[in-house]
Design a protein around this ligand. Sequence first.
Ligand code: UD1
Ligand code: CA
Length: 457
Amino acid sequence: MGQLAAMVLAAGQGTRMRSRRAKVLHKVCGKPMVGHVIDSLRLAGVSRIIVVVGHQGEKVMEAIGGGVEFLWQREQLGTGHAVSMAKDIFAGHEGHLLVLAGDTPLLAPETLKELAAAGRGFAAAILTARMPDPKGYGRIIRGTDGTVLAIVEERDATPDQLAVDEVNTGTYIFRSQDLFPALAKVRPENAQGEYYLTDVIGLLVEEGKKIGSLQCQDWQEAMGINDRVQLAFAEGVLRDRIRRELMLKGVTIYHPESVFIDKDVEVGQDTIIHPFCFLEGRTVVGEECVIGPGVRIVDCELGSGVEVQNATLVESKIGDGVRIGPYAYLRPGNIIGEQVKIGDFVEVKNSRVGSGSKVPHLTYVGDAIVGEGVNIGAGVITCNYDGRQKHQTIIEDDVFVGSNANLIAPVTIKRGAYIAAGSTITKDVPPESLGIARARQDNREGWARKRKGRADE
Ligand code: UD1
Ligand code: CA
């Protein structure tokens, strides 16, 4: 399909979503609807993709990013009007043009390839589907011999037409030279006062042109999302697909219904995912990891053999064999080496932790560089914020930080040094020495006995 061009209609507001955000920006499995449509076109090998934007066009363009062309439809006068924005581009274009809606996120690339093949030799071909509940869709009207005669929108349909369960999926392939002249004849004479792309079909039939069609095997794939109930349904269908695909590739998911994995997430072989986990964004999980229960991972890269339970990990890179949690929080910007332990009630932010280091419990590490082989005792705090600015703590290789120490940044603990438990460290500590900063203990012998004696008087 190297030479095939496609248009994606994404200019509408999506009134039925009742949202301040343009419909095509609503996410399905972590990705805006329109992004799914574009992914499928790319996977189908379409070389040129033109996206029509209008309502919140800047935001839509930003969400899509590069690799496509944008066309503005400043006023959204209907799907036919949206396609006509491209008439100058395709004037004189020989060949076919795929047209898709930005609100059909489940369409598979294979289906698009099949539609392109089905369009050969026709002025237009429509991707149709038989819906258990065709409500809201345009109906496919066929002649007694089965040929397509027209598409009738729900609001303009007669009761007989409404009984038809074969619907227009809003996905078509047109011969450009037939499409644009027919579009010029479309009039907004219908219940919505819009220029309907669907009217082109009837107009082409009137000209004696033949219309092809391809029926989608799986109606769910053809779903158009108009409201949030449909959004949730599509989300369920896609979540299921993603989990199935991963399981068939060798990932164990014990209770799939409670595991939520976004579209672009990658998970390696023999990784086990326990219940109640969320793998989001561009997360990559290596092989033989054990994730969960109760883990949320957003935009992270995990090596192999990583074990995480009851933890939240955001925008961090985690080396092989690291153990995290339970109840750990990795905020953005961490690079954690191999075989590190980040234990219970530990928060780490914008820090590097070298291989083999241990932060087993009740600790805050922020804006720090922690070397290799470091042991950080319970309750240690890097005091990185002075109320105005953030400062760095450097803990070099093989340092031992005793429990409940406060490290007042900026401060450096040199290689092999020890920090006595309970110290508040404000000065750099030289290599292989002991930093101790705490009041001396004074034992008052017999104090309790005397106190008791006083109370008995
Ligand atoms: C459309 C079809 C209907 C089909 C259904 C499939 C028409 C007239 N009807 O109806 O036959 O069954 O899709 O889901 O085409 N858009 C623009 N500019 C506009 C109007 C719409 O870019 O001026 C975009 C929207 O952003 C959306 C897509 O076109 O992504 C479809 O528009 P929508 O309003 O959802 O059409 P439906 O009523 O669902
Ligand atoms: Ca729609």
